[in-house]
Write a protein that binds this ligand. Structure first.
Ligand SMILES: [Mn+2]
Length: 440
């Protein structure tokens, strides 16, 4: 693997947390992701199922984890199934884990070949009535077009064992994964540090006339040479008006003199993801107006990190509204909203948040959780919790003036003061200008 060895304690302790929630008459089954295939015989990048990775650290296809904490035989309480490797597989695909290596990675002592799984399941199903299966219950997930191994397995299993009862693993996994351990925070920090190297390089590279895709390539160069397997998500390099397209991905325009360029781009590391946004002037110097808008966004950003992101606070119901009120004040200061109209609107308690005046200039959420998924799992009560990793990403979008500003860092939520994992990445307007001037 390109990334450093992760101590198997992380996965052992993650499994212990889950095992404590599995009833004595039940067992749980997790499936790895599938290798996505192209039209012919080429495969696309394999990205492990987040829950399976969280519980085992195994970054390989055709892997299955079974947890049965109520089993009378201690050796059958956790079993990991991995794909049987061979000389032929090694020649064509490279090294796969053998049983001992799978134990070293995951901490699971009982490792079997995946080919043994069905007969093992038959024996387990005779003894236990209740089967817990995994399903993608992420709030933002679309109806799957391509079925995952979890989906295919659920159909097969329910067909094969129709009289067992079934339960959901997703609510438990969402709760467990929200709070990040020290090891996970270190991995997130590495993803952020690698992202920082990309941004440093781009500050030196940016000048009028460069193409957005050249900027993308500069980031990727630093990411890959520092052990990342690539972008945490499809990068957005949006010069000028492209900054208004929230999910702009074409990155095929020229960065022009006088424009701002909004870059939402970050590295993955060991399946953990960073999420960064910076907006910089293409020519290295903010205009007075660009700087005013930039500083307004930066003040909102600081307010969130220093005061508003607090454990126990509801993300949508409280936090996003507090940010919205602060944003209204900034927009009044920038001459974009009328003070009296905003005052009038604030009296109207019935008015929906999405219909408010400020939404014309700031139309998205401020924070989402971050981890093995870029939009990571969120607790069902939608609350900030201690050691959760969240983004803070306010923005102001001005189509009439031809530019947008968004700033985004990744924060660990702590009651005694949040930790900004990107505190070292330049964000002050003066600092950005100085670093860009150095390169000239
Ligand atoms: Mn984000």
């Amino acid at each position: 693997m390109k990334y450093r060895t992760i101590p198997s304690d992380l996965f052992t302790s993650n499994r212990a947390k889950l095992a404590a929630e599995i009833p004595p008459n039940a067992f749980a089954i997790f499936q790895s992701a599938e290798i996505p295939w192209r039209s012919a015989d080429g495969s696309m990048k394999f990205i492990q199922n987040s829950d399976l990775f969280y519980l085992t650290g195994v970054d390989q296809e055709e892997t299955i984890l079974v947890l049965c904490p109520g089993h009378p035989d201690p050796e059958l309480r956790e079993i990991l199934f991995v794909r049987e490797t061979s000389e032929l597989i090694t020649i064509w695909e490279g090294y796969k884990l053998d049983k001992n290596q799978a134990t070293e990675v995951s901490g699971v002592k009982n490792v079997q070949w995946t080919s043994e799984f069905e007969s093992f399941l038959r024996r387990l199903a005779r003894q236990f009535d209740h089967i817990l299966l995994n399903y993608n219950e992420h709030l933002r997930s679309a109806v799957p077009i391509n079925y995952s191994r979890d989906d295919a397995f659920r159909r097969w299993c329910q067909d094969r064992y129709p009289d067992h009862t079934y339960g959901r693993l997703a609510p438990i996994m969402h709760r467990l994964r929200v709070e990040k351990s020290e090891t996970e925070i270190e991995l997130l920090q590495t993803a952020c540090d690698i992202t920082a190297k990309g941004f440093d390089r781009v500050l030196k590279f940016m000048k009028p006339g460069v193409m957005e895709y050249e900027v993308e390539a500069e980031f990727l160069h630093e990411f890959v040479r520092h052990g990342s397997r690539g972008f945490a998500y499809e990068p957005i390099i949006a010069s000028g008006k492209n900054g208004f397209i929230l999910h702009y991905l074409s990155n095929d325009q020229r960065c022009e003199d006088g424009q701002m360029v909004l870059m939402d781009v970050a590295a993955e590391y060991a399946n953990y993801n960073a999420d960064l946004t910076r907006t910089i002037p293409v020519n290295g110097k903010f205009t007075a107006r660009q700087r005013d808008v930039y500083n307004a966004v930066l003040r909102i950003f600081r307010l969130c990190v220093d005061e508003l992101v607090v454990p126990g606070k509801k993300m949508k119901e409280i936090y996003h509204k507090e940010v919205a009120r602060a944003m209204e004040d900034e927009l009044i200061g920038l001459g974009l909203l009328d003070k009296n109209e905003v005052a009038e609107e604030r009296k109207d308690e019935e008015k929906k948040e999405e219909d408010k005046l400020y939404r014309k200039y700031f139309m998205h959420g401020v924070s989402h959780s971050l981890g093995i998924d870029v939009h990571d799992v969120t607790p069902s009560d939608n609350m900030f919790v201690e050691n959760m990793c969240v983004t803070v990403e306010p923005g102001i979008y001005l189509p009439d003036e031809g530019f947008a500003v968004r700033l985004e860092n990744d924060i660990i939520v702590r009651k005694d003061g949040n930790i900004d994992l990107m505190a070292d990445i330049p964000i002050e307007a003066d600092e950005i200008e100085a670093l860009m001037a150095e390169a000239k």
